[in-house]
Design a protein around this ligand. Structure first.
Ligand code: GLC
Length: 475
């Protein structure tokens, strides 16, 4: 597949007939990310960051990024003591986390609660009632429900929001799997407090901070590695946050006292909503968008994040089935199964190492493709999974390389949470290829901050209390 950043590591060429190889190439070639395209993605991404940093509100409005001040300025310093709670809402599972600090060492208990599809598309109050009841259940199980002192709680709320204070924000839009008809324009902390009041009896919690999952993941990454200055989510959706020098924030209106940095939430999943990425959007991305929960928004993450990668692969496979290159033109369940081919199917297939076909065969069986499947079919399916995954990893890494260069540090660790990064066997290496080429002056390290978005929420509660105690501005 040519000499660009997209060259295949599989032996597909050897397995395929000349005819099928040509047909496969004809489908994949238009999706190829040449260096020139990566440069254009980087330029567009960089423009959005700069526009979002402008002192002029009208200019800021033209940007696809928020570059939102989170008001969080304190990071952990190793002296932490006591109990803190974290909540994580926004991905596939809702989590409640208890962090017990002893001399800066965190002991963490996590419990997952499943939100039903019905709750995700019902009134927002239903989501917050569910959260309130889950906190209650968790506190009872931990023997903390009768706690005399209120436990400080950090709330990871992973939807684009305008941050007004450490513990106050305004929801701009639901994204990903959430489709509640209301809630936009409201404060998630107030909605949660109202639900706690409604559904529980005097829960001993104090919501001291609300943040994006990128921010909590940064906090969790920074606990593991002090060089962690960036938090990245590669899960259902995608976004990043970073520690920024206040003096580099043109639109900053706060004080310049210590600490002279603040965590900024980029909100980058929406890059391209203003059309700045149109030059590299394929017909498949457009179709994914058209049939998604939120058409026309969060364009960037629809090219690679966990909610969409499987569907992108499926659409390319369907194209190959329809032109007779794959499965002899017959694979009804794949053709008709919109959203049924998930990113976890892709990661399973990508986990087939070398000549192994086992995972690929197992996945295909789920789509009724068994006895008639040939070695050529399997090679094509593997090639498409690898190609689309690697393309996605290169797109997000192109954006992240801009962020890395923006920070101007010799070494940066990126703390990452999310099932796509955790489970995909090649995403890490594919992203590193881009950093090596486009961020050559920074030693970049990526670490998994597993469940960081829950644990880090409790860590941010520590920051909030510290800021209040030190009189650091929190709004
Ligand atoms: C979506 C949300 C964003 C979140 C990201 C990762 O892009 O809009 O707020 O951080 O997903 O979960």
């Amino acid at each position: 597949m040519s000499s660009s950043s997209q060259s295949s590591k599989l032996n597909t060429r050897k397995v395929l007939s000349e005819d099928n190889w040509t047909k496969l190439n004809a489908v994949l070639q238009p999706l190829l990310l040449t260096d020139e395209i990566i440069d254009k993605i980087r330029a567009a991404f960089s423009d959005q960051m700069h526009l979002a940093n402008s002192t002029d509100e009208n200019v800021r409005k033209t940007s696809d990024h928020l570059m939102m001040n989170t008001f969080i300025r304190e990071l952990l310093d190793g002296t932490e003591q006591g109990d803190f709670l974290g909540l994580d809402l926004g991905g596939t599972n809702f989590r409640v986390v208890l962090v017990r600090f002893k001399d800066g060492v965190a002991d963490t208990v996590t419990q997952y609660y499943n939100l039903t599809d019905e709750t995700l598309s019902g009134p927002a109050a239903g989501v917050f009632d569910f959260i309130a009841e889950s906190i209650q259940d968790f506190l009872v199980k931990q023997g903390l429900d009768k706690s005399e002192q209120k436990i400080p709680l950090g709330f990871t709320f992973s939807f684009p929001s305008t941050q007004l204070a450490l513990n106050k924000s305004i929801l701009l839009t639901w994204t990903k799997t959430f489709k509640c008809p209301d809630g936009v324009g409201e404060d998630p902390v107030a909605m949660l407090e109202a639900a706690i009041e409604r559904k529980t009896k005097n829960l001993p919690v104090d919501i001291v901070v609300v943040m994006s999952d990128t921010v909590s993941t940064l906090m969790a990454g920074n606990y593991l590695d002090k060089k962690c200055r960036v938090g990245l989510i590669l899960g259902t959706g995608c976004n990043a946050a970073f520690v920024e020098n206040i003096s580099d924030i043109d639109k900053w209106t706060g004080d310049y006292n210590d600490p002279k940095h603040v965590i900024v939430n980029v909100e980058l999943g929406s890059t391209g909503d203003n059309g700045c990425m149109d030059f590299c959007r394929s017909e498949y991305e457009k179709e994914v968008d058209q049939f998604s929960n939120h058409p026309g928004s969060f364009t960037f993450e629809k090219s690679f994040s966990g909610m969409y990668l499987g569907e992108l692969v499926r659409l390319v496979l369907v194209r190959l089935i329809k032109d007779g290159t794959l499965f002899n033109g017959k694979a009804e369940k794949l053709i008709e199964g919109r959203w049924k081919f998930t990113t976890s199917h892709v990661t399973d297939i990508e986990s087939d190492a070398g000549e192994s076909q086992e995972n690929t065969k197992n996945v295909l069986k789920k789509f009724g493709l068994d006895s008639g499947v040939t070695d050529e079919d399997i090679a094509i399916v593997r090639e498409v999974c690898e190609f689309i995954s690697r393309r996605g990893a290169h797109i997000i890494a192109a954006g992240m390389s801009v962020l890395i260069n923006y920070i101007r540090l010799p070494e940066v660790t990126i703390g990452i949470d999310g099932s796509l990064y955790e489970k995909h066997p090649k995403f890490h290496d594919s992203m590193m290829e881009i950093f090596e080429r486009f961020s050559p002056n920074t030693k970049v390290k990526m670490i998994l901050a597993k469940d960081g978005s829950g644990q880090g929420a409790a860590f941010a509660a520590v920051s909030a209390l510290r800021q209040l105690a030190k009189g650091i501005r929190c709004s």
